[in-house]
Write a protein that binds this ligand. Structure first.
Ligand SMILES: NC(=O)c1ccc[n+]([C@@H]2O[C@H](COP(=O)([O-])OP(=O)(O)OC[C@H]3O[C@@H](n4cnc5c(N)ncnc54)[C@H](OP(=O)(O)O)[C@@H]3O)[C@@H](O)[C@H]2O)c1
Ligand SMILES: Cc1cc2nc3c(=O)[nH]c(=O)nc-3n(C[C@H](O)[C@H](O)[C@H](O)COP(=O)(O)O)c2cc1C
Length: 496
């Protein structure tokens, strides 16, 4: 897949310049970086190359990467996924010769029935509410491959936002001409951009349309009615993947204890695991998953790169894939802010593009850290894992992350080892637990979930593990939630 991307890029470079209707050179964007082929991610099992992410999709056709440059900026500004329309037969420079009246492009544009074949289909178009549709202007119109794309997909109920690039022409009727090809869609007015249009202009344009597609990830609202004891519900991450909202934390679990805890958790119904390079147990977590008999695709495994790995992230990711040995990683986080964290995150982004990591996020990033980090990366973190428990509720950070559409996950959800005596015997929590005939731990876990925070309690005790996933047969009242909120002491149990 990487090699074909590289060939594709060089093929496009060969045809650069052929699109101009005059002799004036056309400014094109630099192609986006493609995944570093050295070391090349292990291609097996073959990942699904379909787009994932958000509720908006940017689909575009581009011969000389001008439209691609604008599409990339829309992706950046809107956190959208992207899908490139590739013609079955690529356009050569001669095919695109503006001055040749019998060039392929010219013939197609003048033939009302021309529908140049395109490679593949955008299989999960159904996942997106808004489709930005980009193309270069060819003799005042959209290229016919756009017609092929529209006619071969179902746009019922979607919003389509056309955009184009050109040498100098406006969008004209090139967008309204397309309406009849997807009548079930709501069409927004299209817009023409220059190849070097600023990020800010593009951002303002998107905001002006009030498309409202990023607010519905519901990062902080879980549907707990879908859970039963032994079966935790999921939350949809902004990558498009579903993640269980309760998982097993594996920090401090090692060797056979770790393998057995993972298996006990899977038997109890857990489908999510949290490990990290620094825990030294990725191999055991992978072993537990492989030996459990539960299908791999039903299990969600998260791991983390440690700051001492950020300077050589590709090697670290490869090591992690090898140690886990479960094909792909569901979620990879940066464990802490640190030198080269953006570099490491960008390496993870490349592995997302290659299908070896499905979702990426960070840990121990608070308001300042996340605000500084977001503008430097291309894929918004789907999740932030931070210390959260009744004595350290971190409400401001949680609300900020939820507003950004980022899921919040609690580490030390039970206060952390060595801090539990006081928390697990807290009088308010004990009283609430007695009232519901549940344990204090169950009340704390239920509180996390009702607050919209994912929890990953650590345990090597099968009885505790079963107890921890049995929190779906009761609910805390508003008054009980308020009483637990009042327990906050801003008391952090670890320094990071
Ligand atoms: N990103 C970060 O920087 C960071 C930092 C710390 C932790 N983490 C992650 O967060 C996870 C959770 O943190 P943690 O494991 O350190 O702390 P924790 O989940 O707050 O507490 C774990 C402790 O709770 C006990 N426990 C679990 N269930 C219980 C129950 N039902 N009744 C009584 N005791 C129970 C466990 O003992 P038993 O084994 O006896 O059940 C263990 O001693 C970690 O495993 C790790 O994956 C991440
Ligand atoms: C066959 C052909 C016809 C074109 N017709 C026009 C045109 O009518 N008006 C215009 O301003 N630019 C025209 N152009 C220039 C392209 O619209 C412009 O270079 C565009 O940004 C290329 O986008 P791309 O790099 O994504 O393929 C034409 C280019 C080609 C190849």
């Amino acid at each position: 897949m990487l090699i074909s991307s590289l060939l594709l890029m060089s093929g496009l470079a060969l045809s650069t310049g052929a699109c101009s209707p005059t002799d004036e050179p056309v400014k094109t964007e630099e192609p986006s970086p493609v995944p570093d082929p050295d070391p090349e991610p292990n291609p097996d099992p073959t990942p699904d190359p379909q787009p994932t992410g958000g509720r908006a999709l940017v689909v575009y056709f581009s011969c000389t990467n001008t439209t691609k440059g604008v599409a990339d900026r829309i992706v950046e500004a809107s956190d959208a996924a992207t899908w490139r329309i590739e013609p079955e037969v690529a356009y050569t420079s001669e095919d695109l010769n503006y001055n040749n009246s019998s060039s392929r492009a010219n013939r197609e544009q003048n033939d009302p029935s021309a529908r140049p074949a395109i490679k593949g289909k955008c299989e999960n178009l159904a996942d997106y509410d808004v489709v930005f549709l980009g193309y270069p202007i060819w003799w005042g119109k959209a290229p016919k491959v756009i017609f092929t794309f529209l006619e071969s997909h179902d746009f019922t109920g979607k919003t389509i936002v056309p955009f184009c690039t050109s040498h100098s022409s406006g969008i004209g009727s090139s967008d309204t001409d397309l309406h009849r090809l997807a009548t079930g869609a709501e069409w927004k007015q299209g817009r023409r951009f220059g190849g070097n249009e600023s990020k800010e202009t593009i951002k303002n344009w998107i905001e002006s349309m009030n498309l409202n597609f990023n607010n519905n990830t519901n990062a902080g609202v879980f549907d707990l009615s879908k859970g039963t004891n032994g079966n935790a519900p999921t939350v949809k991450l902004s990558s498009g993947y579903d993640m269980p909202i309760l998982g097993l934390g594996t920090y401090s679990l090692h060797g056979a204890t770790c393998v057995n805890s993972v298996k006990a958790a899977l038997a109890a119904g857990f489908r999510k695991f949290d490990t990290a390079y620094i825990y030294g147990n990725e191999e055991e977590v992978g072993q537990g998953v492989r030996e459990s008999g539960v299908p791999r695709e039903e299990i969600f495994v998260a791991t983390k790169l440690y700051p001492n790995q950020y300077s050589n992230p590709e090697a670290a990711i490869e090591e992690c894939l090898r140690k886990l040995d479960i094909g792909y990683i569901d979620l990879m986080l940066l464990h802490h802010p640190g030198a080269n964290d953006v570099k490491a995150y960008k390496a993870m982004e490349k592995y997302v593009a290659a299908g070896k990591i499905r979702s990426i996020g960070v840990s121990c990033y608070y308001v300042k850290e996340i605000n500084e980090f977001l503008p430097k990366v291309n894929i918004k973190p789907v999740l932030v894992q931070n210390e959260v428990h009744p004595y350290y509720q971190d409400t401001e950070v949680m609300e900020h992350l939820h507003d950004l559409g980022i899921v919040v996950e609690a580490w030390y959800p039970l206060g952390g080892r060595g801090h539990q005596k006081e928390l697990l015997s807290d009088p308010v929590l004990s009283e609430i637990a007695a009232k519901h005939n549940k344990s204090v731990v169950q009340v704390i876990l239920r509180w996390h979930l009702q607050r919209g925070v994912v929890a990953i309690p650590g345990s090597s005790n099968p009885d505790h593990i079963r107890e921890n996933i049995s929190v779906f047969d009761f609910s805390l009242t508003d008054d009980e939630m308020a009483r637990i909120a009042a327990l906050d002491r801003n008391e952090k149990h670890d320094w990071y």
